[in-house]
Write a protein that binds this ligand. Structure first.
Ligand SMILES: [Zn+2]
Length: 472
């Protein structure tokens, strides 16, 4: 049996792992988009390093686009097999893939628009470029039709040699770790893929559930060598920022957040403050059409959420609705609240500040010393969010340079991944040193190395892109 990682190997984007069994049966675990270089986005994602027609089965761990976003392209290029995932992941994929296609179209149109250059008094217009997309709407529909949903903790015998069992990974609604039981040549092997794991004690989602009885574990390592500093309750952290920014300074608290997962956790926390009578009388805005749609699914799949969320829903009738919360679906409203002088909390996407409506809110508030930009999660190197955290004094947004006078803050309380200790705890509970091999994926080099150091050399290895790992 051979494992080859074609994405999320040496980085945290474009998750894509091919497991080839002795019989030649090929399983693809996740098929995500690679966002490493936005200018080469289409080139980096259009062609696969294998023939999509040769893949027999896909296992999809969760609906984030760096895990599911290239599935329609795989289908477009000839993959006709089943895609195994949970029902909530399938429903979230519908929204996320549609949104991802919209973003691709906007980006492609921008690149294709002729640019006027003024050179030595002469006007010169570049040639229009052809719009290139990875897939079309039809391929999203085909992808969803190929999805076969299974429930958590119900092993599914897919062929006479392969069964799959999904475990709750936490992270976001529907996220699964997959345990594959493979019987070939009278030998049975158990192999686990974590997908992205959630943080312990997260809002809304359960703790990541370990997979027992594994021989091999392919484990995400996003926060290897890093520790979440914050020990405080999420409600207390948000309460303090709202007091400091909105009450004392009459400013705006702008929170960039991923539409799926982080936004719901933040709204739920604000709702808790509201029910505890600790939320001052200010307006809370969520400004992301995708977040609004996804929030409905969190309510629909309440049974999958943690006990705190279920208890709260029983007590108050819902998770996310309260008087002070306003959802903005139209862009005009978004612009209005962004520039209005009233103190408020604005939650908008994208999480690392790369694109999306959050850019406008940052542009309108970043030079205002009474506002706070609260970065509530991981910002990869080179992203706009990361540059702000590094203390950059001026930023350029939509071609306009702005000086940074707003307070730039960050918190880990909404992190959607376990830190170093959390990863160690998870690995220990999923076999630890009894595993035959522990393969680390989904991390930059320093994080993967920090985690690898915790284990004997012969046990643990870091996946390298395109390098075959033989599992016996
Ligand atoms: Zn994820």
């Amino acid at each position: 049996m051979k494992l080859t990682s074609w994405g999320a190997a040496g980085n945290v984007t474009g998750s894509m792992h091919v497991l080839e069994l002795e019989s030649g049966f090929r399983i693809l675990v996740d098929c995500g988009l690679n966002y490493e270089d936005r200018l080469r986005f289409v080139d980096n994602n259009l062609n696969f390093p294998f023939n999509p027609e040769d893949i027999d089965l896909v296992i999809l761990t969760h609906a984030h686009v760096d895990h599911c976003g290239n599935l329609p392209n795989l289908v477009r290029q000839g993959f006709t097999g089943k895609i195994i995932c949970t029902e909530s992941t399938k429903d979230l994929c519908w929204y996320l893939l549609e949104d991802s296609l919209k973003v691709q179209i906007i980006h492609a149109e921008k690149l294709a628009t002729p640019v006027r250059k003024h050179k030595k008094g002469k006007k010169k217009t570049s040639k229009p470029k052809q719009i290139r997309l990875l897939y079309h709407y039809k391929h999203i529909k085909d992808t969803l039709e190929q999805m076969m949903t299974i429930d958590f903790r119900e092993p599914k015998q897919l062929t006479d040699f392969l069964s799959v069992e999904l475990y709750q990974a936490g992270h976001i609604l529907g996220a699964a770790s997959a345990k594959l039981t493979i019987t070939e040549n009278n030998k049975t092997v158990n192999l686990g893929f974590t997908g992205d794991l959630g943080n312990y004690n997260s809002k809304l989602v359960v703790d990541p559930q370990p997979m027992p009885g594994l021989d091999y574990l392919v484990c995400e390592s996003t926060y290897g060598g890093r520790w979440h500093g914050e020990e405080r309750l999420a409600t207390d952290v948000l309460y303090d920022y709202i007091q400091e920014t909105c009450v004392k300074l009459n400013g705006k608290l702008v929170i960039p957040a991923f539409s799926v997962g982080r936004t719901q956790a933040i709204i739920f926390t604000l709702h808790q403050l509201y029910r505890e009578n600790r939320l001052p009388n200010i307006k809370i805005y969520t400004d992301s059409p995708l977040a609004i749609k996804s929030t409905g699914l969190y309510t629909e799949f309440l049974d999958e959420l943690n006990e705190e969320a279920k208890h709260f829903a029983r007590q108050h009738g819902n998770l996310f609705q309260f008087d002070q919360l306003h959802t903005l679906s139209e862009k005009g409203h978004s612009e209005y609240i962004s520039v209005s002088p009233e103190p408020s909390v604005i939650i908008s996407a994208a999480g690392m500040l790369e694109g999306g409506r959050i850019q406008e809110h940052i542009r309108n508030n970043i030079s205002f010393p009474f506002s706070t930009i609260l970065i509530a999660g991981f910002c990869a190197d080179g992203t706009f969010g990361n540059k702000l955290l590094q203390g950059q004094k001026t930023v350029t947004i939509n071609g306009k340079e702005k000086e940074v006078y707003a307070k730039i803050a960050r918190t880990d309380v909404f992190s959607a991944h376990p830190d170093h200790n959390g990863l160690m705890k998870y690995i220990e509970n999923s076999g630890g040193n009894k595993l035959k091999k522990l393969i680390l994926v989904h991390a930059d080099a320093p994080s993967a190395l920090a985690l690898k150091k915790e284990f004997p050399d012969q046990l643990c290895l870091i996946a390298e892109r395109g390098k075959e790992i033989v599992l016996e």
